[in-house]
Design a protein around this ligand. Structure first.
Ligand code: SAM
Length: 280
């Protein structure tokens, strides 16, 4: 482990502040500062950007983000035990780190951020997917963020980037790929974390597109995709029965087959069907 700043190594920070990881908080810490700096670099050039970090914990990734030149980091942490360690980082980077104690699902960070904003986080697994869906489905597009660089369980990361025809392809793939460019940029084995989780992890980088890839009403598309993948083994004509009247006619008009299953339908196909349903 090599130092990226003048602060103590993370193992010492954990010992000093007695930060034993708690499963209930989804805590699997990254203690290698080379690794956290590498994750921070996946977010692109941070100079001139505000960064929103969820779940800084003892601050390994936070230190990476600051050392990589983030203009300002706004970090939301639920576990009050981590605050003294984060205060030490704040003191080492005067005026550049603001820590908010609380639940990221209940806090609106927007008033404290200035564009351009990048979101970078080693997310607590229990809230990761919910936060991602919220960031992908704002009321207006483009969203408040330019990019999301997020750690997920590998299985979730694979769902985000999955293509039609694969088992992982589903609602998350459509929501992510409709309005972002999404790539897996790093793979991490369980041993990279303390304590090691049961599964491998991946970092996904999502860049917001200025406009969706294909026109569609977000609410219609969202409802359609949820219904289609809720019963992914069923043919579309049955899975989508309750979504709109004469679904077979709508499928035909969108150029789709009533006997296809959701996992065979491309993003373009779902958007075409959403347009037909909205127009009717
Ligand atoms: N970023 C640190 C790292 O990479 O070592 C910690 C990552 S750990 C996987 C997840 C962190 O999120 C923990 O610090 C945990 O306390 C925090 N956390 C859990 N639920 C949260 C929530 N709802 N809102 C904000 N932080 C949360």
């Amino acid at each position: 482990m090599s130092a990226i700043d003048s602060l103590p190594p993370l193992r010492d920070v954990i010992r000093t502040h007695d930060l034993q990881a708690r499963k209930s908080m989804g805590q699997n810490f990254l203690l290698d500062l080379n690794l956290t700096a590498k994750i921070a670099r996946q977010a692109g050039d941070l100079s001139g950007c505000d960064v929103l970090e969820v779940g800084p914990g003892p601050g390994g990734l936070t230190r990476g983000l600051l050392a990589e030149g983030a203009r300002k980091v706004l970090a939301i942490e639920k576990d009050a035990r981590c605050l003294p360690a984060l205060a030490d980082i704040s003191a080492a980077y005067p005026g550049r780190l603001t820590v908010v104690e609380g639940d990221a699902l209940a806090i609106d960070p927007l008033t404290q951020l200035n564009a351009p904003v990048r979101v970078v986080a080693n997310l607590p697994y229990n809230v990761g997917t919910e936060l991602l869906v919220r960031w992908l489905t704002p009321a207006v597009w483009p969203p408040f963020w330019e990019s999301l660089t997020l750690m997920f369980q590998r299985e979730v990361a694979e769902r985000i980037v999955a293509r039609p025809g694969s088992k992982a392809y589903g609602r998350l793939s459509i929501l992510a790929q409709w309005r972002t460019e999404a790539r897996i940029v790093m793979q991490l084995p369980p041993e990279a974390f303390t304590p090691p989780p049961k599964v491998a992890s991946s970092v996904v980088h999502l860049t917001a597109l200025p406009e969706p890839r294909y026109p569609a009403d977000p609410q219609v598309l969202s409802k359609l995709v949820a219904a289609a993948f809720n019963q992914r083994r069923k043919m579309l004509r049955s899975a989508l029965k309750g979504v709109a009247p004469d679904i077979e006619g709508a499928l035909r008009m969108a150029g789709l087959h009533a006997t296809d299953r959701a996992e065979q339908i491309s993003l373009e196909g779902f958007c075409a069907l959403a347009r037909v349903i909205a127009e009717r």
